[in-house]
Design a protein around this ligand. Structure first.
Ligand SMILES: [Zn+2]
Length: 149
């Protein structure tokens, strides 16, 4: 949190002497250009899928590496499924065999030859496609797959 927000940000987000997280988060959203936001928050996508997609693309899910970074005690930083490497967003969505199978099946079902394989590719893909019904369906499918993983 200290890497993202300055002391001025925290002071400016105080309402009646208390930190208001909504004000703080809104100020952050205005500072950071997020071109893919409109694609993520598409109304065709189920709301809970949208929220998880948004959190995962921004790297804000409560993976073990994020919990440790927030100084929250966890029994191990290792992935609870494979217990070989640290649980990160990248590991959760791209390294695990299950995730790779989900992406492959989703890609085949949609009839896509190429599918984004990194978070930066997701962001470009979300923002770079023409905004037609096929793109909205693909984004809804991506969001559902992310939610399922
Ligand atoms: Zn694992």
């Amino acid at each position: 949190m200290r890497e993202v927000f300055s002391e001025v940000d925290l002071v400016d987000s105080a309402v009646r002497g208390k930190l208001n997280l909504k004000v703080l988060y809104s100020s952050w959203l205005q500072r950071v250009p997020i071109d893919f936001a409109k694609a993520v928050w598409c109304r065709l996508t189920t709301p809970k899928h949208r929220f998880i997609l948004w959190q995962s693309v921004l790297g804000h899910l409560l993976t073990r590496d994020n919990l440790i970074q927030c100084q929250i005690s966890v029994d191990s930083s290792l992935c609870p499924v494979c217990e070989r490497v640290e649980e990160t967003h990248h590991h959760l969505f791209f390294d695990r065999i299950f995730s790779q199978q989900v992406w492959e099946l989703t890609k085949l079902w949609l009839g896509y030859g190429i599918w984004p394989k990194q978070f930066d590719e997701w962001k470009k893909w979300l923002d770079g496609k023409p905004k037609n019904i096929m793109h909205h369906i693909a984004v809804a499918s991506l969001a559902a797959a992310v939610y399922g993983i």
